[in-house]
Design a protein around this ligand. Structure first.
Ligand SMILES: Nc1nc2c(ncn2[C@@H]2O[C@H](COP(=O)(O)OP(=O)(O)O)[C@@H](O)[C@H]2O)c(=O)[nH]1
Ligand SMILES: [Mg+2]
Length: 189
């Protein structure tokens, strides 16, 4: 069975845990992990929340879904997951202060994966805050990344069908990249 690893990233409250729960066929495993790396983290311990779920698509493709906080807060886990991940699903809640800047910061946090893998953006909580619009996000992205087209969807993480559409878009993009760059797909395994 083909397998993909995708990361769900985004600020606290953007809907990562809810999205993975909506999509997963298994009971979602949610853990608190303690960062014992005191060299790069100046706090004694840093607690991060990690979610894990799985979904099978097309009967033959398993997608492992990992919900992670920002990269800078989990360097020790990042190195384990990043090598295997091929896709980044970034959720941003529309009611966050300066959500467009926040989105660009998260893309910067995950720049290694976003440069190498596929990226889609899900704008959540548009029922809470109507603006910015998808067009506002898309134009900010086209200025920051003029060489690529990053899809932006509005999505409610509580809605499994909407999440599925977003995930399938990401997986299609992951598979396209693997076809176009077959060596990149295997060199980090
Ligand atoms: N109204 C509304 N609530 C949402 C939406 N997305 C997530 N939530 C709620 O926001 C809260 C935080 O979501 P959660 O999945 O825990 O966010 P996480 O911190 O990224 O894991 C939960 O109570 C969700 O039900 C949305 O699009 N609209
Ligand atoms: Mg969470």
């Amino acid at each position: 069975m083909a397998e993909h690893v995708v990361l769900f990233a985004g600020p606290m409250g953007s809907g990562k845990t809810t999205a993975i729960r909506s999509l997963s066929e298994i009971d979602v495993v949610s853990t608190e992990a303690t960062n014992t790396d005191r060299v790069t983290a100046d706090k004694e311990t840093t607690t991060v929340a990690l979610d894990y779920g799985e979904i099978t698509i097309d009967d033959v493709t398993k997608v492992r879904l990992y919900g992670v906080p920002g990269q800078k807060r989990f360097d020790f886990m990042w190195s384990i997951l990043a090598g295997r991940a091929r896709g980044l699903l970034l959720l941003i809640h529309n009611d966050a202060p300066d959500s467009i800047t926040l989105l660009l910061q998260y893309l910067d946090d995950f720049q290694e994966l976003s440069a190498r893998g596929a990226v889609v953006i899900g704008v959540t909580k548009t029922d809470v805050a109507e603006r910015p619009s998808v067009a506002d996000y898309s134009s900010a992205l086209s200025v920051a990344f003029p060489e690529r087209l990053i899809p932006v969807f509005t999505v409610d993480p509580r809605n499994a069908e909407e999440m599925r559409t977003l995930l399938l878009t990401l997986v299609a993009s992951v598979e396209m990249r693997e076809l176009l760059t077959p060596t990149a797909a295997t060199e980090n395994i």
